[in-house]
Design a protein around this ligand. Sequence first.
Ligand code: SAM
Length: 175
Amino acid sequence: MKISVLRIGHRLVRDDRVTTHSALVARAFGADRIYMTGIDQSVSDTVAGVGKRWGGPDFEVEVISDWKALARSWKKEGGKIAHLTMYGINIDDAVEPMRKEDKILVIIGAEKVPREAYDLADYNIAVGNQPHSEIAALAIFLDRMFAGRQFKKEFAGGRLKIVPAEKGKQVKENK
Ligand code: SAM
């Protein structure tokens, strides 16, 4: 199953950290790319820098101008759309059918999410029905979809590699 992320909306400066963290979560929790609208180059540069340092160069940040066109072509190619919203059905009541899908585009918002996102979505999914954050919602969604397997993924090609340690930090330098 392939999962890509679409982040709708980005308020320059105000959303810089949240948008960057959404991309880092997408990368570290098993998504293969994140589409973003309206971001400046700094977000892509930060994520590219993380890839160079910690591996996994195959994660893409793609800046797009028309998210509805992307969503429509995604569906035309047989992909499904899961829109994360506190108004949706709870994730545990939908995860089984979603895991059977080949490819899912998961939508997270920033500012007010337009009505079309709810209508275009095959699944409107709540991670609990309380307002919180796109970062937490995306992390839980990806972890439920991959059932923890995403943390076994090899991030090859980086300059550094962490050796899990009970205490302190152990980092191997890839020559
Ligand atoms: N106020 C905006 C609105 O109502 O459209 C959304 C702001 S919210 C902080 C930003 C994003 O976080 C939402 O678009 C949604 O993707 C995600 N989010 C927040 N709480 C959520 C929840 N309980 N379940 C799923 N997604 C959630």
